[in-house]
Design a protein. Structure first.
Length: 202
């Protein structure tokens, strides 16, 4: 987001953006009402007026991130069913590679977020499970015996290169950009063709 766009934000959104940036850069422990207000250019009382409490601010950021991911990854222009998984992964890769603050937030949330991480991940899995059920109903995805477990696995696949970026980059001997590209290609392959063909598994 450029400086002009940041200036044009409403007070409420500017506060949320300041808190989001603070968590991304310094972690949840650094998030306070006072510091958020200072970064947003408003008083602590204005932050309280808009969000009620520190937890209210955290919850608002969590909802905003979930909606951003859903809007940018799942709800783009329609594509042929055969290309849907590939397109969604490409959108996710583009979003992550172009949003270092989002990557920082997600890494901090999933590695050190405590209760916030559990709540966010559970909500993310529920939304993913609802999406899988909806897509199964229209024939875009197969029916699942345990859609919640499948949704959890898909979320883990998606966020592994975010959470474990340093380890994976060292292990695979690649840059961050190469990691996301390789991960997306391999995930598509895993999801679109059997890892163990039926004749070999039997």
């Amino acid at each position: 987001m450029d400086a002009r766009a940041e200036r044009d934000l409403t007070t409420r959104a500017r506060i949320r953006q300041a808190a989001f940036r603070l968590i991304s850069e310094k972690g949840f422990e650094a998030l306070t009402i006072r510091e958020t207000g200072r970064r947003a250019g408003v008083s602590a009382s204005v932050v309280i007026h808009h969000y009620g409490s520190r937890q209210g601010l955290i919850d608002a950021i969590s909802d905003w991130v979930l909606n951003t991911l859903r809007n940018r990854v799942c709800e783009g222009p329609s594509v042929p069913k055969s290309d849907d998984t590939r397109v969604r992964l490409a959108r996710f890769e583009t979003l992550m590679s172009g949003s270092p603050l989002l990557v920082g937030y997600m890494r901090e949330l999933l590695m050190n977020g405590g209760v916030e991480a559990k709540n966010w991940f559970a909500q993310s899995i529920r939304r993913s499970a609802e999406d899988l059920d909806s897509r199964a109903g229209t024939g875009e995805a197969r029916n699942s015996k345990d859609v919640v477990a499948e949704a959890a696995m898909l979320q883990i696949l998606a966020f592994a290169p975010v959470v474990f970026s340093e380890i994976l980059e060292a292990t695979l001997e690649c840059t961050s950009e190469e990691l996301h590209a390789r991960w997306a290609r391999t995930t598509i392959e895993l999801l679109s063709s059997p890892l163990y063909p039926q004749d070999q598994a039997s």
